[in-house]
Design a protein around this ligand. Structure first.
Ligand code: NDP
Length: 493
C-alpha cells in the first residue's frame, strides 16, 4: 500500500524531542527521563517523550494555580475568551493535516480518519467558544430587606487524565469546557499517545491563551496520573478511561475531596429487530463495532439479533466486515489500522482465545494479521452463538471483536441489553417507531442511537449509567462539572 509522505512540520516535531508544557514553557522532565513513542503500524519507536513524575506535576499544578489565582484568564472580558477559544479551534483545523499525521503515527488510526477527528477536535473549541458569553447567575427570591443573587464561578485548577483511543478529541473534551468556564488545566495524556496534546498546548499559546492556563505533563499513569489525581491543590479531575482505573482515581482524589467526573468503559448493546433495513443495519453495526479498530468506549460489541433474521443478518454482517480494509495508518487506503500497543494486541487476541474456549463460533477473523509485519494488526472478528454470561459478552475487550447473540423479542432484547455492569451507549435498528422509543426508554445507558450508531456532536451531552461513570461531558451539561455556584446575600436595610 502506498504510504502518505510525512509533512516537514511532522518530521521536525517528532525529531525535535517533543517537550511538555508547564507555565507556558516547553520543558523536559525534571529528572531528565524519557520514554519511547511507538508507531503501532510498525512496532518501532519514532520519538522520545519526557517521562513526567511527581515533581513535574507539582510544577504544572503550581503554574495552573498561579494562573487561576491572578485571574489572567478568568478575569478577561468574556468576549475576549470566546475569541481566543474560537481562534484555537481554527488553528487546530488549520494544522489538521499535520496533527492527523502525528495522531496516525502515535495511535495507529488511519490518517484519513484522523483528519476527520482533528476537525472534530477543532469543532469542540468552536462550540465552547460560545459559552464564556453565556454564563449567568440568578436573582433569588427574597423580601424587600434583602438582595440575594448567585454567581456561577469556575471550579479552579482542573486535572484532565485521558486515554489513547481518541487522543486529541479527548484532550479537546477536557480542555475546551474547562477553559470556557474559566478554569485552568493540567492535562495528562496516555503514555501510548502523548504527542497531539503537546501540539495542542503550543497552539493554545499561539491562539492567545495566557501562559500557565494549559499545562501538559506526559508520563505514566502510576506516576504522573496518580500524582495529579492525588494532588491537594487540584480542585477537580475529569477522567476518561477504564472502569478499573476510574475506581483508583476516586480513591486517589479523596485526600482533598476534589470533584471527580468519570467517563468509563462500556459493553454496548446493538439491537437489530426483524423489521430493520437489514443491509443498513449490518453496515451500521459493522462500523459501530470496528471503527477505530474497536477501541471505542461506546462500540456496539454486543450485537443482539432477533432470532427470525439471525442467519441473514450474520451473513450481511460478514459481507460488510469484508469491506473493512486493514492496513498501516499512514496509507490513504486503510479503513482499519492496528490496535494501539503490543499490550493491547495481547489483550485482544487473548479474548479471542477465551471466546473460542467458551464455545462461541468464530465466523470471520480471529487472528493477528501476520502478513502486515510487526505492527499490531488484528483481523475484524465476529463470534456467533454467544450467550450473555460468556466473558466475551461481559468484559470490555477494546478491540475489533463482535459478539452476536440471538433474542426472541423486544422484552428479551431490553433484558439482555441491561444485563451488564456498564451503561454507556446502545443502538437499536428497527422501522417501527413505537418499538424504537420503547427500547430507548427501556435501556439503561447515557446514549441511545436509533437506526444509526456512533454519532457524536459537541452540543450533545455524553456520559454513562452504572459503572460507565458519572458526570456529563459536552453540551450545556458540562457546566455542572466545571463550575460551582456562590450565593450572595446583601442587606438593603
Ligand atoms: P487506563 O484506564 O489505564 O488509562 C487511562 C488514563 O489513565 C491514561 O492516561 C493512564 O495513564 C491513566 N492512569 C492509569 N493508571 C492511573 C492511576 N493509577 N492514576 C491516575 N491515572 C492513571 O486505560 P488503558 O490505557 O490501560 O487501557 C486498558 C483498558 O481500559 C482498555 O483495554 C479498555 O478496556 C479500557 N479503556 C477504556 C477507555 C474508554 O474510553 N472507556 C479508553 C481507554 C481504555 P497511562 O496510559 O499513561 O499509563
Amino acid at each position: 500500500m502506498a504510504q502518505v509522505e510525512l509533512l516537514g512540520e511532522v518530521t521536525k516535531f517528532v525529531e525535535g524531542s517533543p517537550q511538555m508544557m508547564i507555565g507556558g514553557r516547553r520543558t523536559g522532565a525534571a529528572s531528565g527521563k524519557t520514554f519511547e513513542a511507538v508507531d503501532p503500524s510498525s512496532g518501532k519507536a519514532f520519538a522520545e517523550v519526557p517521562r513526567g513524575e511527581v515533581a513535574d506535576v507539582d510544577a504544572a499544578v503550581a503554574a495552573a494555580r498561579e494562573a487561576f489565582e491572578d485571574r489572567r484568564w478568568t478575569g478577561l472580558r468574556p468576549g475576549k475568551r470566546a475569541e481566543i477559544l474560537f481562534k484555537l479551534g481554527e488553528l487546530i483545523k488549520g494544522h489538521g493535516a499535520e496533527l492527523a499525521q502525528i495522531e496516525a503515527l502515535d495511535s495507529g488510526k488511519p490518517v484519513k480518519i484522523a483528519s476527520g477527528e482533528m476537525w472534530a477536535a477543532g469543532d469542540v473549541f468552536r462550540y465552547y467558544s460560545g459559552w464564556p458569553t453565556k454564563i449567568y447567575g440568578e436573582t433569588m427570591p427574597s423580601d424587600d430587606s434583602l438582595f440575594v443573587y448567585s454567581l456561577r464561578e469556575p471550579a479552579g485548577v482542573c486535572g484532565g487524565i485521558i486515554p489513547w483511543n481518541f487522543p486529541l478529541v479527548m484532550a479537546a473534551h477536557k480542555v475546551a469546557p474547562a477553559l470556557a468556564f474559566g478554569n485552568t488545566m493540567v492535562l495528562k495524556p496516555a503514555e501510548q499517545t502523548p504527542l497531539t496534546a503537546l501540539r495542542l498546548a503550543e497552539l493554545s499559546l499561539e491562539a492567545g491563551v495566557p501562559e500557565g492556563v494549559v499545562n501538559v505533563v506526559t508520563g505514566f499513569g502510576e506516576e504522573a496520573g496518580q500524582a495529579l489525581a492525588r494532588h491537594h491543590d487540584v480542585d477537580k479531575i475529569a477522567f476518561t478511561g477504564s472502569t478499573e482505573v476510574g475506581r483508583k482515581i476516586l480513591h486517589e482524589s479523596e485526600g482533598n475531596l476534589k470533584r471527580v467526573s468519570l467517563e468509563l468503559g462500556g459493553k454496548s448493546p446493538n439491537i437489530v429487530f426483524s423489521d430493520a433495513d437489514l443491509r443498513r443495519a449490518a453496515k451500521g453495526s459493522m462500523l459501530g463495532v470496528f471503527m477505530n479498530s474497536g477501541q471505542v468506549c461506546t462500540a456496539g460489541t454486543r450485537i443482539l439479533v432477533e432470532s427470525s433474521i439471525h442467519d441473514d443478518f450474520v451473513s450481511s454482517l460478514v459481507d460488510a466486515t469484508g469491506t473493512m480494509k486493514l492496513g498501516p495508518a499512514l496509507s490513504d487506503e486503510t479503513g482499519m489500522g492496528p490496535v494501539v500497543s503490543s499490550e493491547q494486541l495481547q489483550r485482544v487476541t487473548g479474548y479471542i482465545e477465551i471466546g473460542k474456549s467458551e464455545g462461541a463460533e468464530l465466523v470471520t477473523g480471529g487472528n493477528r494479521a501476520q502478513e502486515l509485519g510487526d505492527g499490531y494488526f488484528v483481523e475484524p472478528t465476529v463470534f456467533t452463538g454467544v450467550n450473555n454470561e460468556m466473558i466475551i459478552a461481559q468484559e470490555e475487550i477494546f478491540g475489533p471483536v463482535a459478539a452476536v447473540m440471538e433474542v426472541a423479542d423486544v422484552d428479551e432484547a431490553i433484558a439482555v441489553a441491561n444485563d451488564s455492569i456498564y451503561g454507556l451507549a446502545a443502538a437499536v435498528w428497527t422501522t417501527d417507531l413505537s418499538k424504537a422509543h420503547r427500547v430507548a426508554r427501556g435501556i439503561n445507558a447515557g446514549t441511545v442511537w436509533v437506526n444509526t450508531a456512533g454519532l457524536y456532536d459537541p452540543a450533545v451531552s455524553y456520559g454513562g449509567y452504572k459503572q460507565s461513570g458519572f458526570g456529563r461531558e459536552l453540551g450545556k451539561h458540562s457546566m455542572e462539572t466545571y463550575t460551582q455556584t456562590k450565593s450572595v446575600w446583601v442587606s438593603l436595610k
